[in-house]
Design a protein around this ligand. Structure first.
Ligand code: FAD
Ligand code: NAP
Ligand code: SF4
Length: 683
């Protein structure tokens, strides 16, 4: 590699160093962690997976781990889930393994058995104990069936080897089958697979031992070990260490860190979780074994990853979602192009939320993720002059893709900086990551030479007769005004008054509207004197995690310590459904739980009447009430900002509306960015 391409090595010397595993060497200390994307089950899956993983291999990642692949008919996470039980299954992955190798990369298949954590009714588990978050009860495996499930792991590993994989990751964490064998929470057997810890860990140890025996010494075996179950009847730290030593002895090459069962009520990867929040657990394990340990969870920038390795917390880092956000993460770090890395903001909106809604995964900040074969940014054969009005997520996304393709793009915004509403979002405690997206766009506007004109409120006269081939209207939204008596009372504020203008808010507050912004408002107003959302120890305290690792599962008997809000806050919605029910599938519960702990009163089925000196007059469940509040903050959704529409219609200009300006209903940044990218790819 030329010195120019190695410009970042001095910045990240530990991260970008190869790792010699004896029989093979990883190009850097990076692993792309396993993610179930849905590509495995989609039409043309072989081609789509090859392109998805091939691009990540080209981007310099040390080792790719695929999404979980089932080992037996009962193992998949849902009906029709991908399996590795025949040569035909293995052959299906050849396009991927060959493509990854052509790009100089290495790839391991993650072998996973869901056990009781699956959405089908043929569940099996160590004991007949239902998971609290899955609908079906499992059948307790007989001794013979346990043996058969172990053999199915071994068979799947051999098939993976046959299919060209460089190794496998045996999924032993997140509460899946192997993890179920390990704890009394899911295993109350009294045979050789239950009872003592030695018996309970027999299943994973036998899997590793037999896979090594079958696949030989030159095959990577990663074991994903649940180091912190985050459920009260999970493993103790002593048991975790015992298991790690036995797994090492049985022949694993690398131990990867698993944090938290799916049923744990503690966030482990959401944006509220501080960066690298759990690497202290991997660090503690590092002294216990000799094979490399891989740290994981909320490692999303090269400097954070470098620090994890430089500080000696782990020998490798696993990053999953950051590789959705930017397939070239490692390559750009190596080239010293940190500002050009599209950083994962841990929102879960297009990845995990999609997975749990049965939709194909993508990424809010990178709509190409898992859509590589259909969304392509090819150089244009007919460069155009394009005006983009509005530098929010939609306009930015459009601008950088169009400019990358070779169009001349002139981007206007009336504000003094780019980013649109993301400039407000980034100020919400726990949403600091949104700074990264704006910084990324800033770098890409420079890279692709977009002409940016800030402090410029565009009128139709500015667009006419300027030789523009296309006009992209990305003017966003305006907050919805409230049509009730007293809406103009001095105690009424809009969310922009509070978050942007910083107008004073009283001690007793009613928030009208419990959508994303209503919750962000409640978060901001209740945050008060509580800790910085970036403080790792405060995070552990707030969620009752034992940083000394003396509690079983890391949580048994620990209280979550949360400061109540100094303000009395009511968060209101008209719908009779659960307050905040429309928030993200995998993150809504975190927001609701935090608000509950801070004492925010969440009311549904509310009818609003009027606002006066007394407060907010409402009816809830047929009962009239006056909320005696000092301030009412309106977070009642938004309407499209299409002020220029009538004039534009008669201007004869070639107009496209995107983002909030096209449709404000259920608008979020995911749609705004996606719409901008798809339009730019098509012009
Ligand atoms: P905007 O971001 O509104 O940008 C429009 C731009 O156009 C503005 O910069 C404006 O100055 C400019 N403009 C308007 N008229 C003119 C004109 N005539 N001339 C020049 N410039 C003009 N979404 C999520 O997906 N996840 C979240 O977690 C999230 N959190 C949020 C938190 C808060 C507090 C807020 C306020 C929003 C949040 N959103 C979130 C919503 C998200 O920010 C919006 O969906 C997104 O910004 C919409 O993008 P847009 O480009 O359509 O519009
Ligand atoms: P929203 O999610 O649509 O919520 C609007 C809220 O206002 C709802 O609670 C709605 O509930 C209420 N409402 C609507 N019309 C009303 C009216 N006429 N009078 C009184 N109440 C009314 O919109 P938002 O909170 O403004 O968020 C804007 C966008 O940003 C959303 O698409 C959201 O997804 C996105 N965002 C996402 C996040 C995130 O974490 N993912 C965070 C912030 C914002 P009722 O109709 O039941 O009263
Ligand atoms: Fe990260 Fe959000 Fe993209 Fe998921 S959707 S990869 S959390 S930025």
């Amino acid at each position: 590699m030329s010195s120019n391409n190695d410009a970042g090595v001095s910045l990240y010397p530990n991260l970008l160093q190869p790792l010699d595993l004896g029989f093979v060497s990883l190009r850097s200390r990076t692993i792309m962690g396993s993610m179930h994307t849905g590509l495995e089950e989609s039409p043309n899956s072989a081609e789509r997976m090859a392109e998805f993983f091939g691009l990540r291999a080209r981007g310099g990642i040390g080792l790719i781990i695929t999404g979980g692949i089932g080992t037996s008919t009962s193992s998949t996470l849902g009906p029709g889930g991908a399996n590795m039980i025949s040569e035909k299954d293995a052959d299906h992955h050849r396009l991927t393994t060959e493509r990854v190798h052509d790009e100089g990369g290495l790839i391991a298949a993650q072998l996973l058995h869901g056990g009781r954590q699956s959405f089908h009714n043929q569940l099996v588990a160590p004991s007949n104990i239902k998971s609290p978050i899955y609908p079906f009860s499992p059948h307790a495996l007989t001794d013979e069936e346990v043996e058969s499930e172990i053999e199915s792991f071994v068979n799947a590993a051999a098939l993976a080897q046959y299919g060209g994989f460089d190794g496998v990751e045996i999924m032993g964490s997140e509460g899946y089958l192997i993890n179920q064998f390990l704890t009394q929470r899911a295993n109350v057997r009294d045979d050789r697979w239950g009872g003592s810890y030695e018996n309970r860990m027999r299943f994973p140890v036998e899997v590793i031992r037999r896979v090594r025996e079958r696949c030989g010494p030159n095959f990577i075996i990663v074991y994903r070990l649940s180091m912190l179950d985050l459920v009260p009847d999970g493993s103790t730290w002593e048991e975790v260490v015992l298991l790690a030593k036995a797994i090492e002895k049985a022949g694993a090459t690398i131990i990867n860190t698993g944090i938290g069962w799916h049923e744990a009520r503690i966030p482990t990867i959401a944006t509220k979780v501080p960066r690298a929040a759990f690497t202290w657990v991997s660090a503690k394990m590092k002294g216990e074994i000799k094979i490399p340990i891989c740290a994981s969870n909320r490692i999303n920038t090269p400097e954070i990853a470098e620090a994890v390795i430089a500080d000696g917390d782990a020998g490798l880092v696993s990053m999953a979602r950051p590789l959705l956000a930017d397939p070239d993460f490692v390559l750009k770090a190596r080239q010293g192009k940190r500002k050009e890395i599209n950083i994962c903001i841990a929102c879960n909106q297009a990845c995990l939320d999609h997975t749990f809604n049965g939709k194909l995964t993508s990424c809010l900040v990178n709509p190409r993720a898992c859509h590589e074969t259909e969304l392509q940014y090819k150089p244009t054969a007919s460069p155009k002059k394009i005006a983009v009005v509005g530098a929010g997520p939609a306009g930015l996304s459009f601008s950088i893709v169009a400019a990358e393709r070779g169009h001349r793009v002139i981007l206007f915004d009336s504000a003094s900086r780019i980013g649109g509403q993301f400039n407000i979002a980034k100020t919400i405690p726990g949403k600091e990551e949104f700074h990264e997206t704006i910084a990324y766009y800033e770098a890409m506007l420079i890279k692709y030479e977009v002409e940016v004109q800030l402090n410029t409120r565009v009128a139709v006269s500015d667009l006419a007769d300027q030789g523009y081939d296309q006009i992209i209207m990305a003017t966003g939204i305006q907050p919805r005004a409230l049509a009730i008596e007293g809406a103009d009372h001095e105690k009424v504020l809009g969310y922009l008054d509070v978050l942007q203008q910083h107008k004073p808010v009283g001690n007793r507050v009613a928030i009208i509207g419990a959508g994303g912004i209503g919750f962000d408002m409640a978060e901001t107003l209740s945050h008060g004197k509580t800790h910085s959302s970036l403080d790792k120890m405060a995070f552990m305290k707030e969620w009752g995690i034992d940083s000394e690792l003396q509690a079983r599962g890391g949580v048994a008997g620990r209280e979550a310590v949360v400061d109540k809000s100094d303000r009395e806050i009511f968060l209101l919605q008209r719908k009779p459904s659960k307050v905040g029910g429309g928030l993200g599938k995998t993150t809504g519960w975190i927001h609701r739980s935090t608000m509950q702990k801070r004492g925010v009163q969440m009311l549904n089925g509310v009818e609003y009447f009027s606002i006066d000196d007394e407060g907010l007059h409402i009816k809830v469940n047929g009962e009239e009430r006056v909320l005696a509040v000092d301030t009412v903050v309106i977070c009642a959704g938004q309407e499209s900002n299409r002020g220029l529409e009538n004039e534009l219609e008669t201007s004869g200009l070639n107009i496209h509306w995107i983002g909030g300006a096209s449709d404000a209903r259920e608008l979020d940044a995911k749609r705004a960015i996606n719409q901008g990218a798809y339009l730019a790819a098509s012009l």
